[in-house]
Design a protein around this ligand. Structure first.
Ligand code: GLC
Length: 621
C-alpha cells in the first residue's frame, strides 16, 4: 500500500471517528474508566482500516449506500459444517454451484477456527481466533472462499465466539502455568466462596452434559468459570485487554472477507454476583462498542446475535434504532412455535407469536429457521400456554416426548437433549425431516405417511420463506436428510444428542435432487420453487407490513403481507385432514402462486399440510 493511500485511509478513519468518538469513549469509560486502553484500541482499529483490502472497502461503500442490502426477499441462507458438507474450505468453494441452485446469497459456515482435536463443542471452543483449523483449511483458503462468495453476490457468515475460549487457547495455557496476567483474562478463584455465591443465582446451560458453572483446575489450583462445557473458559470482560483483543480478532476476520458475524451466546458475556449473569446491561454496552468499531473499520459487516432467550429478552439486542447493536437476531420464538404447531396441529400460539413480532419496528430483521445445529428448547411464552388452558410443564413434556417419537400417534423420530430430572426440562434434537415423519414413514414403508411428512416439511420451510427477514436452511434439510446415529460410537460426541442432526452430507442422496419422484427431489424442487417465487416478489421484503388474519379454523394459519398497496396471503394447513376456509375473500379472484389455482368468494378447501401464496388475480396477468 502506498503512503498516500494509507494517509487517505487514515483521514477517512478520522472522519468516521469524529462522528462516533464521544459515544464510543463514553461507553468505554463506563466499563473501564479513563484508561490508555481506549487509545490503543483506536490505534489498532485505524491500522485494520488502513490494511483493509480495496475490494472490501469498495463493498463497504456500496453497502453504506444501500443499508437494506440484507433485508430483501432474495436473501436466502444456508448454514453448514465445512467438513460435513465438503471436507474442507476448498471443497466448499467447489460446491458453491450446488448452493447457487437454491439461489443462496448468505452462507453461514459453522465454527472453523482452531479448536481442540476431540472435545470442542462442534468448534465452539476456539483455541486461536486468528487461525483456521488446519483440518478444515487455512486462512488463505478462507480468504479465497470469501472472495469466491463475494464475486457471486453471496455473503459469508462466521461465528464469533465472544463468551469463552477453549482451554487450549494460548491464554488458558499461560493461565494454567500460573501467569497472573493471563489468569486475569478469565474468572479464576482460589476457593469456592465466590463460585458458591454465583451458583446460587446462575442457571445452568448444560445441566446434564456439563453440570455446574465452575470447574476446578488442578494445575492452577483455582476454580474457573466455565458456563458451557468444562473446556470452554469464560473470558473476563471486566478486563479491557480482553475486550480490546477480542475486538481486534473480529476486525482481523472481517478483513479476511467475513460479511456477517454470528455473535455466539451474547447474553452471557458479563457476570455479576447475585444475578442470573444473563442479559446484563454491560452486555449491551459491549455489543454497541463492537458495532461502532465495525462501522469504523468495516461498515459492510453486519452482526447477527445469537440470543436464545424468552421473546421479551430477545428484541433489546437490536438496541435503539439510532444506536443499533445487532442487525439481525435469530427468530427463536417462531421456530419453537412452528414445532409446537407441528405437534399440536393448532396454529393459535404461532399466530400470537407472529403478531407479537409484527408489532416490532420493521427495522428489526430476523433470521427465520426451522432447524439449526442446536437443539429445540421449548421456551414458549408460559402465559400464552396457560391462557390456552394448558399447564406449561405438562405441555413441554408432551412436546419433547412427541418429538422423540414417544407419544401415541407421533410421527417424529428425535431424541431428548439435556433432560434435567430436577426440573423435568428437556429439549429436542433431530433433523427437520426426521421430526416431520420422513424417517418413520421410510422405516415403515408407508407411502401415504411419507407423502404427508414431506408436505409437512415443505409447509414449515414455506412458512419461514413467508416471513420477513433472512430464511436460513440447515444444510441437508433441502434434501430431507434424516438423523445420523453414528455419533453414539464416538466418545467425544456420544453424550451430546445434537450430533444426531449433524451428519455427513450425502452427495449420493443429493444426486436425486432433480428427480421429483424421490424424497430428495420432492423436497429440493419444492424448496427451489418457493425460493424462486419469493425472490421475485417484493412483498417478501422486510419492509412489508405483516399481520395474521383470523380464519376461524385453528388448524390453519393465515399470514398477510402488504406493501405499496399490494397484498399477499400465505395460508398454511397444519393438519393431516382437509380444512375448509369459509371466510370471504374480498375483491374478486385470487390466484395461488404455488399451484396456479384460482379462487373466488373464499379460500375454500385446503388440502392436508398444504400451503398457498395468494395474490389478487389481476396482478398476475
Ligand atoms: C451457542 C452454540 C452452541 C454452543 C454454545 C456454546 O449456543 O449455538 O452450539 O454449544 O454456543 O458456545
Amino acid at each position: 500500500m502506498s503512503e498516500s493511500t494509507a494517509a487517505a485511509r487514515s483521514r477517512q478513519f478520522d472522519r468516521r471517528l469524529a462522528a462516533c468518538y464521544d459515544e464510543f469513549k463514553w461507553l468505554y469509560c463506563e466499563l473501564y474508566g479513563q484508561t490508555e486502553h481506549f487509545q490503543q484500541l483506536l490505534d489498532a482499529a485505524r491500522q485494520f482500516f488502513i490494511h483493509r483490502k480495496s475490494a472490501l472497502v469498495k463493498l463497504d461503500a456500496t453497502r453504506e449506500k444501500d443499508p437494506d442490502w440484507y433485508r430483501r426477499s432474495d436473501m436466502i441462507g444456508v448454514m453448514l459444517y465445512t467438513d460435513l458438507f465438503a471436507g474442507n474450505l476448498d471443497g466448499v468453494r467447489e460446491k458453491l454451484d450446488y448452493l447457487a441452485e437454491l439461489q443462496v446469497r448468505y452462507l453461514h459456515l459453522m465454527p472453523l477456527l482452531k479448536m481442540p482435536e476431540e472435545f470442542n463443542d462442534g468448534g465452539y471452543a476456539v483455541s486461536d481466533f486468528r487461525q483456521v483449523d488446519p483440518r478444515l483449511g487455512s486462512n488463505e483458503a478462507l480468504e479465497k472462499l470469501a472472495d469466491a462468495c463475494r464475486s457471486r453476490g453471496m455473503s459469508l457468515c462466521l461465528d464469533f465466539i465472544v463468551n469463552h475460549t477453549s482451554d487450549e487457547h494460548d491464554w488458558a495455557v499461560r493461565a494454567r502455568k500460573g501467569d497472573p496476567e493471563y489468569q486475569a483474562r478469565y474468572q479464576c478463584y482460589d476457593n469456592y466462596d465466590i463460585p458458591r455465591q454465583f451458583e446460587q443465582t446462575m442457571p445452568q446451560v448444560f445441566p446434564n452434559t456439563a453440570p455446574g458453572n465452575f470447574i476446578w483446575c488442578e494445575e492452577m489450583g483455582k476454580y474457573v468459570l466455565s458456563t458451557f462445557n468444562p473446556y470452554q473458559w469464560d473470558m473476563n470482560y471486566r478486563n479491557p485487554v480482553v475486550f480490546n483483543e477480542m475486538a481486534c480478532n473480529l476486525l482481523f476476520l472481517a478483513n479476511l472477507g467475513v460479511d456477517v458475524f454470528r455473535i455466539d451466546a451474547v447474553p452471557y458475556i458479563w457476570k455479576e454476583l447475585g444475578t442470573s449473569c444473563r442479559n446484563l446491561p454491560q452486555v449491551h454496552t459491549i455489543m454497541r462498542m463492537l458495532r461502532i468499531l465495525a462501522k469504523l473499520v468495516c461498515p459492510a459487516v453486519i452482526f447477527k446475535g445469537e440470543v436464545v432467550m424468552k421473546p421479551s429478552e430477545v428484541a433489546p439486542y437490536f438496541g435503539p434504532v439510532d444506536k443499533p447493536e445487532c442487525d439481525v437476531l435469530y427468530n427463536v420464538s417462531s421456530m419453537v412455535c412452528i414445532w409446537n404447531t407441528v405437534a399440536t396441529r393448532d396454529a393459535t400460539l404461532l399466530r400470537w407469536q407472529l403478531d407479537t413480532l409484527a408489532a416490532l419496528p420493521r427495522e428489526y430483521t430476523f433470521v427465520n429457521y426451522v432447524r439449526c445445529h442446536d437443539d429445540i428448547g421449548w421456551g414458549l411464552e408460559e402465559e400464552s400456554v396457560r391462557y390456552l388452558g394448558m399447564d406449561p410443564l405438562e405441555h413441554k413434556k408432551f412436546l419433547y416426548h412427541f418429538f422423540e417419537g414417544n407419544y401415541p400417534g407421533s410421527f417424529a423420530r428425535g431424541e431428548l437433549y439435556n433432560y434435567d430430572p430436577a426440573t423435568q426440562d428437556a429439549r429436542s434434537c433431530g433433523t427437520a425431516a426426521s421430526l416431520c415423519g420422513v424417517q418413520a414413514a421410510l422405516e415403515q414403508r408407508d407411502n401415504g405417511a411419507l407423502d404427508m411428512a414431506l408436505r409437512r416439511d415443505l409447509l414449515i420451510h414455506g412458512l419461514i420463506l413467508s416471513q420477513s427477514g433472512i430464511p436460513v436452511i440447515y444444510s441437508g434439510d433441502e434434501i430431507a436428510a434424516r438423523n445420523d446415529y453414528s455419533y453414539k460410537n464416538d466418545p467425544a460426541k456420544a453424550g451430546d444428542s445434537r450430533f444426531l442432526h449433524r451428519g455427513v452430507f450425502s452427495w449420493e442422496a443429493a444426486q436425486n435432487r432433480h428427480n421429483p419422484d424421490t424424497v430428495e427431489g420432492r423436497m429440493f424442487t419444492g424448496l427451489q420453487k418457493l425460493i424462486s417465487l419469493r425472490r421475485g416478489e417484493p412483498l417478501f421484503d422486510a419492509d412489508a407490513a405483516v399481520h395474521t388474519a383470523d380464519c376461524g379454523n385453528p388448524h390453519v394459519l393465515v399470514l398477510v403481507r402488504e406493501k405499496d398497496g399490494r397484498c399477499l396471503m400465505a395460508v398454511f394447513n397444519f393438519s393431516e385432514s382437509w380444512q375448509e376456509l369459509t371466510t370471504p375473500l374480498v375483491g374478486g379472484r385470487w390466484v395461488d402462486l404455488i399451484s396456479g389455482d384460482v379462487m373466488e368468494g373464499s379460500i375454500g378447501w385446503m388440502q392436508p399440510c398444504q400451503m398457498r401464496w395468494l395474490v389478487p388475480q389481476e396482478e398476475t396477468k
